[in-house]
Design a protein. Sequence first.
Length: 250
Amino acid sequence: MNIETNLLIALLKLTRDGPVSQEMINKDARISQQMGNKLLRTMQNDHLVFVHNKIVEVGDLERLEIAVKAIKSGADVERVSDLLQWKEFEAMAAVAFENNGYLVQRNVRFKQGGRRWEIDVVGYRKPLVVCVDCKHWHHRLCSSSIDRIVSDQVTRVRALIRSLPDPKIKMPTESLSTLKFVPVVLSLIAGEPKFHERVPIVSILQLQDFLNHLPTRINSLLCISVGDPGTCIGRQKKITDEGLSLSEPS
């Protein structure tokens, strides 16, 4: 790794619990004080860190930006993943949706069928409701594990639809029949397959590209809808799966 990458890794490692001294960062990155201070000044100009009285502070969103920057500069993805906290990964996904015009809710909890459910991130931009399960794994999974993860997420999305309307969930109840609910599994690293049973498995680094193309590729993905407009909301509903056979986007 180059000098800058070493510094980025040191920042992720040492700022998990709050501010840290420049001296500790330089020591962990194994770089000179002069070089470390120069790089930190540049990062402060880029609004990635805040340095005051030789103490370095990094916000939650900035830690995510540093993580992405570290990966792009050649850092090992698994190592970066280990240095991120679970909520940071989830927050990064929420910010991406908000930046693309989605109304976002995190940790959406609801009751349906006699049990409690939770979806990590729900992004709404009519007519799409993208339901994201954030998986912080940092190694490749076997096919049976992927099958279970995808199946569980589809089941959660079906339960969410059956629970509506719910005043705690920000969604226009008058147009439920027009909405398309899209289950998505989000991971830190890219891998194979990119789709499983028409459910996309998206790397956090590819999320922006996925959102850019989602409206035009929606027919190739699994979409779950309420069904007939007259179906009684709040009781057992007829759920229909929409979508053509999957053709992976080029």
